[in-house]
Design a protein around this ligand. Structure first.
Ligand code: ZN
Length: 156
């Protein structure tokens, strides 16, 4: 996730992400949000719900890691987890399953195969963009695709 969005989350939910400056041996949060920008809103809403359950003490839930699961979905690890917070995290994970990690478009799906998006949940458009940029970096968005039969129209 880019630094602007990362800082927004850290500032808005400073207590929840209080381990962001902890040493890496004790918390992976120092790595930041290990996913792309498309999940910003999911993480923001999740953080907001968790924060509502917070009492402002050191015993509140702290998020220690945000990354991706093996199945491409959002992975969130915490300290001081409670059942309601587990539910909130599970909901966020289910949302991420169909949300493009890059642009937030839904539906999106787990990408397999050899491309750079392998293991990521991505919409068709981001997938094509990633593949296009790999083949020909200078391609402008407005230029017509060279292999028309592969292109599908995505209504947005
Ligand atoms: Zn996308």
């Amino acid at each position: 996730m880019d630094s602007h969005k990362t800082n927004n989350l850290y500032e808005r939910f400073a207590h929840l992400y209080r381990e962001r400056n902890a040493p890496l041996e004790s918390s992976s949060m120092a790595w930041g949000f290990q996913c792309e920008n498309g999940w910003y809103k999911i993480i923001y809403e999740m953080s907001k719900k968790i924060e509502k359950l917070s009492s402002g003490s050191a015993h509140d839930c702290a998020i220690t890691e945000v990354s991706r699961n093996e199945d491409g979905t959002l992975h969130v690890a915490t300290r001081n987890l409670t059942p309601p917070i587990q539910d909130i995290i599970t909901t966020a994970r289910e949302q991420s399953r169909l949300t493009c990690e890059y642009c937030a478009y839904t539906p999106a799906f787990l990408r397999q195969g050899k491309g750079s998006l392998r293991g990521h949940i991505a919409c068709g458009r981001c997938l094509r963009q990633a593949e296009g940029s790999r083949k020909q970096k200078a391609t402008k968005r407005s230029r017509k695709p060279r292999r028309a039969p592969d292109v599908m129209v995505v209504k947005r």
